[in-house]
Design a protein around this ligand. Structure first.
Ligand code: FAD
Length: 809
């Protein structure tokens, strides 16, 4: 058929990279126009042969047929990096580009060894600075020492690292990938973004995405022109081509929270942001329409340089005052905004393309499908014992659970391992959700999910974690994290299903750039759940498919083993705090953590206090589903003579109970062996209320298993001290890091001279970072070295797996 077409007058536009000029992003392209009117008998093949014969010249773009390509690779643990990568891939078309999207573990789908298009990496970090599961193999591959320094010489990349500054190893995976890419010769074409979930990813993410497209086009142009200019050799060979002269200066690292907290009145330009307002006229109109009715008729003000700033109402309580008019206290809230945000034009994200078809089928018999809980690694085990470790007047409630794993030898664990607890969503919340969606009468219907054939979503697939033939009730109980905080893309999608104009506008604000601060204040910080959001926006009626598309998988919760199999054969202990979320306007009653709240309810009838009679007695023991999560590095030293230091305040002491129980057994079995010194730094609020495992720890000290127990209490005597206005030159140690500092000489000696190990477990938000900073100070002082040298020493300890963390929060 195409043969017939060449008889017609055809214009084939082929952008052929011939040029050596690279003054701007487009001048590297030389457009050759084939007026093919005369080519009546030219075969298409011949045409392509001609094109290909332009030696080494690359066809970069052929409108309507060949678009320049680039590669997007992601490593994602909880789906954030994946959804950003998918967003980039979806938007590529608007920029006249083709994105090839793959997960880093799909190595059969991409080939970096031969890749000659720009590559964009989006990688998150998990646990103690580890790569996400689906990036592990990739990181391992690029870390191979056998790779030469020019292995990726041909590669041009950009990288977005996701992390959380609450954790000590911020963006560690992204940094590792970046370091290795550079060591292997790859060239960066765009400054790396380090997006911080601790303050809101969008602070760095939005400007990074904004500059990405220009950078990709620049890189395509440069790579093509370099390939066609033999004088240049491979990309990046010349020192003149160092990233500095080439990378758009987006100053990503200078952005701080303050940048987007600016409350200046801004009428944002509607078409400056490719992601938030694509250049298509449709979208432009859509964005203009987002101005409130009061502004709809007024012209959109000229774009300002800070047109992307957030124009939040930010403060929940605001006063307005006009001359002669009394003060009226207005309060911004989840559902209500104030000027300037309420009057601002908005840049909202592109509407995520729907991709699932979902139907409900009435069936006669409801199968009790247990789906993934039938996984061979997941075991249903009885709870043998449940003990409250804290006193009733303690701020936090810490519980110890003993599981009977004797029927499952494959659950044999080592101290330092943790295990996953599979918990369902709360039955009342599932019911509320069904009612809210108007699906309460269909709870036992089978859910049938298939891919929408016409979807525009790249790489769309039916979620693999949803088993076939499950009931709607099962779906909401076991598969979807209905407590998850709705992402902005989800809010954007909800706008389409909201009838009331005021509510619609507020949802638009919350997902807009201008409303970033309000999003953090009213959605992200209070961990607002989707159900709470739907309750606050009653005119929003999303279809079931939208919830399945946007709600993440319900994740099991990991807990550290707080026992040793040697001391408690067939038993597994763990300790947890019942997480309490405070009340907020959208959640007047507050709520408990999902898993810890569920466990608390489960064991409450049989809960005992230390020293009181225990066991569930004649009642049937509740059972829970668990699976083992071995941790190969967070283990006591295999050489018994090596000294080690444990830092574990609060429930962070859990794995160290296992370490010490194991040491107790080892001592009994090897009475003649030389054992290294053991140190434990523990901290809690009050000696009398929440000193976990006090008796057991003091017992370890008496028997010589634990050589040094350093305990501090952050709230004891505080009131007394304040009353007496005590000011002493040496502050009383309140936190574990203070006690570390008081023992600085010993600690550094053990770590730096005796080849000892240091383990940190517990709260990631403050403690792990404070301990890390303190260790740095200690090294600086003891070795009389500068900050950089101290950092190197600490990094060396991490590398040697002698400084290990097991942190959460
Ligand atoms: P969710 O409903 O999931 O809410 C969690 C949210 O609550 C978090 O996003 C956070 O913002 C907030 N939060 C407030 N306080 C805490 C807190 N103390 N922990 C976590 N989130 C908090 N927890 C233990 O208590 N004991 C352990 O031994 C333990 N070991 C862990 C080992 C590993 C490897 C990891 C990754 C985590 C571990 N955790 C441990 C944390 C645990 O997995 C859960 O996150 C925690 O119990 C909260 O679960 P939830 O479902 O009740 O809360």
């Amino acid at each position: 058929m195409w043969k017939d077409k060449v008889h017609a007058r055809i214009h084939v536009y082929i952008y052929v990279t011939l040029s050596t000029s690279k003054t701007d992003a487009t001048s590297g392209y030389f457009m050759v126009v084939f007026r093919a009117a005369a080519l009546h008998y030219v075969e298409k093949v011949a045409l392509w042969q001609f094109v290909c014969s332009l030696s080494n010249r690359e066809v970069c773009s052929m409108p309507s047929e060949v678009k320049p390509r680039f590669v997007v690779l992601y490593g994602s643990q909880k789906g954030q990096a994946q959804s950003i990568a998918e967003g980039i891939a979806e938007e590529a078309e608007d920029h006249g580009l083709v994105a090839e999207l793959s997960c880093l573990n799909q190595s059969e789908k991409y080939n970096l060894e031969k890749e000659n298009a720009p590559v964009v990496f989006i990688v998150s970090t998990t646990g103690d600075g580890e790569p996400p599961d689906n990036a592990l193999q990739f990181v391992k591959r690029i870390k191979k020492k056998t790779l030469s320094t020019d292995h990726y010489k041909h590669l041009c990349y950009a990288l977005l690292a996701l992390g959380d500054t609450n954790y000590a190893n911020f963006c560690n995976c992204g940094k590792t990938v970046e370091r290795r890419l550079q060591e292997l010769g790859a060239k960066q074409f765009y400054a790396t973004g380090y997006a911080d979930d601790g303050v809101g990813l969008e602070v760095v993410l939005d400007p990074w995405l904004e500059g990405l497209w220009k950078a990709i086009k620049g890189a395509l142009s440069k790579m093509a022109s370099d390939r066609t200019d033999p004088s240049k050799g491979d990309v990046g060979d010349s020192p003149k081509e160092t990233p500095d002269s080439y990378i758009p200066d987006v100053q990503l690292n200078l952005l701080s929270l303050n940048d987007h907290q600016s409350c200046e009145s801004v009428r944002a330009s509607v078409d400056t942001d490719s992601k938030y307002a694509s250049s298509s006229s449709d979208t432009r109109n859509a964005v203009s329409d987002l101005r409130p009715a009061s502004l709809a008729g007024s012209p959109v003000l000229a774009s300002q340089s800070h047109g992307t700033a957030s124009v939040s109402t930010s403060a929940p309580e605001t006063q307005t005052e006009d001359a002669g008019v009394p003060h009226v206290a207005l309060a911004a809230s989840l559902t209500c905004s104030l000027p300037p945000l309420s009057e601002s034009s908005l840049n909202v994200p592109a509407l995520p393309p729907p991709y699932l078809d979902v139907s409900l089928q009435d069936v006669d018999t409801v199968e009790q499908i247990v789906g993934r809980l039938n996984d061979e690694n997941v075991h249903e085990v009885p709870i043998n014992r449940a003990v409250q470790l804290t006193r009733g007047d303690s701020v936090k409630t810490s519980l110890l659970l003993e599981l009977d794993i004797s029927a499952y030898p494959m659950m044999a664990y080592q101290p330092g391992d943790s295990f996953d607890v599979f918990c369902p969503n709360r039955a009342t919340e599932v019911e509320d959700m069904l009612h809210r969606l108007g699906l309460q009468d269909q709870r036992n219907h089978h859910v049938h999910i298939s891919l929408n054939k016409d979807t525009k979503k790249k790489g769309a697939q039916v979620p693999t974690y949803i088993p076939q033939r499950i009931s709607l009730l099962y779906l909401f109980t076991w598969c979807l994290e209905i407590r998850s905080v709705p992402k902005k893309a989800f809010l954007r999608a909800l706008v389409e299903h909201t009838r009331d104009g005021v509510q619609k506008r507020r949802l638009q604000e919350l997902c807009s750039k201008q409303g970033a601060t309000d999003y953090n204040l009213y959605v992200r910080d209070p961990s607002l759940s989707v159900l709470e959001l739907l309750t606050a926006f009653p005119s929003c009626s999303p279809p079931l498919s939208l919830l399945i598309e946007h709600l993440p998988k319900l994740q099991p919760r990991p807990y550290s083993a707080a026992s040793s199999c040697l001391k408690h054969p067939g038993k597994l202990h763990f300790v947890f705090n019942v997480v309490e979320f405070p009340a907020c306007s959208a959640r007047p009653a507050g709520r408990r953590g999902l898993c810890t709240g569920w466990l608390f309810d489960l064991i409450n009838p049989g809960l005992v206090f230390p020293g009181k009679p225990e066991h569930f007695g004649s009642q049937a023991l509740p059972k829970i589903h668990v699976s083992l999560r071995p941790n190969c590095s967070f283990r006591p030293p295999s050489d018994l003579s090596v000294p080690f230091i444990m830092v574990g305040p609060g429930t962070g002491v859990a794995p160290f109970i296992g370490f010490l129980q194991q040491r107790e057994k080892e001592r009994q079995e090897n009475p003649e062996a030389a054992f290294g010194e053991t140190w434990l730094f523990f901290g809690c609020r009050h000696r009398g209320r929440d000193y976990l495992f006090r008796e057991e720890l003091e017992g370890f000290v008496s028997s010589g298993i634990l050589n040094h127990l350093k305990v501090c209490f952050s709230r004891d005597d505080q009131e007394q001290e304040e009353e007496m206005e005590v000011t002493t030159s040496v502050a009383r140690p309140r936190y574990v890091q203070h006690n570390l500092l008081l023992n600085s000489q010993h600690i550094t000696e053990i770590l730096l001279k005796q080849n000892g190990h240091l383990y940190v477990c517990g709260d990631a938000k403050n403690m792990a970072k404070d301990v890390n900073d303190t260790l740095m100070e200690m090294i600086k002082t003891e070795l009389q070295v500068d900050q950089l040298e101290a950092m190197k020493r600490l990094a060396g300890l991490r590398e040697e797996k002698r400084y290990l963390q097991d942190i959460w929060g």
